[in-house]
Design a protein around this ligand. Sequence first.
Ligand code: BV8
Length: 231
Amino acid sequence: MGKYKNIVVLTGAGISAESGIKTYRAKDGLWEKYKLEDVATLDGYKRDPELVLDFYNQRRKDFCHGGSKPNAAHYALAELERQFDGEFLLVTQNIDNLHEQAGSKNVIHMHGELLKARCAKTNQIIPWKADLTSNDVCTCCQYPLPLRPHIVWFGEMPIGLDMIYHQLAQADLFISIGTSGTVYPAAGFVEEAHSVGAETVEVNLELSDLHSHFDSVLQGKASEQVPALVK
Ligand code: BV8
């Protein structure tokens, strides 16, 4: 990694799969059991807030009590960040905090975080590990407003895009790990990196929708491929 000056890494659900967290589009994935429109859109939340809150409460409980721990891929990225002397940005589409548990510091959760809630009006974010109900209100507004999951739903603006595009514009290496390349704007990052001449690498169990856009594709488990790639 010594020849690079500015690395951007994007991770998706596949990096947490070996830590026991369901991915979205696998056979037993989340979108097989729930309609995305019902549980991962603002309209779905307005239509049936209890259904959406239950969906995230269950995932939060599964995550907190399921004993999920970072795997070798998470630790390898944290080590890379620690010893890399150039600029390093880790962007994750994941809402778990396994990157932080593994020691990663500079992480952008572009699709939000499962263990946080947000004020619907001020966007103030607070840590939240318990069940979230429609009776839970923010403490920041004059007229208490319901707290909502700190999750970016479909149709909502992802978090940190300015910083992400700023770093992509200077990157000389872009690594995508464990993502199907289905969801935008994240799926467009490889083209952004290409446009500035960065080297692009995909690590994925199967060939993603975007594999042909990458200079190299390492097909296999993240816990095996990532430590080998970044050492
Ligand atoms: C937006 C939170 C306005 C919810 C999620 C073009 C430009 C901009 C937007 C769009 C566009 N075209 C379409 C859109 C709209 C939409 C979109 O992309 N729709 C798709 C379905 C076509 N995008 C949006 O709405 C976004 N917002 O557009 O705002 C805007 C306008 C202009 C510019 C900017 C913004 C908001 C998208 C965010 C939605 N929220 N999550 C929740 O999590 O409950 S998305 C959801 O999908 C998750 O965050 C997830 O991370 C993400 C992507 O999925 P993956 O992580 O890739 O997971 P998946 O299961 O699909 O794949 C896992 C992969 O891992 C597989 O390939 C598998 O092979 C691999 N794998 C498995 N095991 C392993 C492994 N790999 C390695 N090792 C293993 N062991």
